[in-house]
Write a protein that binds this ligand. Structure first.
Ligand code: RB5
Length: 148
């Protein structure tokens, strides 16, 4: 059974409920690290929570969300070992896994997407990381950029 970790800020409180319902419907386990109300919080704190939990191991991938998905994805990508994609549609969500070997998805609770967040999660979830040399090489270079 897949295990997913999720954390969002107040801008994605409603979206988080939808995402969790969708993931549970798929039969996966979700660790919900908040937020648990619409009280204002700082998105870097929520990104840090999800990323640190993910790096402890035991998760297939993580999901973060804020009002736009921008602040929380920037925050997640500052954590060494995290490759967080902010997909615009199902094509980008699939490519995030296949080409970028993303281990996190970010979404915006205040964004009108052309396709549903649920469909983007499914596209990512169903995709396989490409083993082609050029994609591996690019992800290796990307990983090396985060190392101090
Ligand atoms: C919070 O109001 C908002 O700034 C945040 O959710 C996010 O959109 C930032 O990128």
């Amino acid at each position: 059974m897949k295990r997913i970790v999720i954390a969002v800020d107040h801008g994605a409180f409603e979206l988080k409920k939808r995402i969790i319902a969708h993931i549970e419907k798929k039969g996966y386990e979700v660790d919900d690290l908040g937020v648990f109300s619409t009280d204002s919080v700082d998105y870097p704190d929520m990104a840090k929570k999800a990323c640190n939990a993910f790096l402890q191991g035991g998760y297939d991938y993580g999901i973060v969300a804020c009002g736009t998905g921008i602040g929380i994805s920037i925050s997640a990508n500052k954590v060494d070992g995290i490759r967080c994609a902010l997909p615009q549609n199902t094509f980008a969500a699939r490519m995030a896994r296949e080409h970028n070997n993303a281990n996190f998805l970010a979404f915006g609770g205040r964004i009108d997407y052309p396709e549903s967040v649920e469909a983007m999660i499914d596209a990512f979830d169903d995709a396989q990381v490409s083993q082609e040399e050029r994609h591996r090489r690019r992800v290796e270079k990307l990983n090396a950029m985060g190392k101090k």
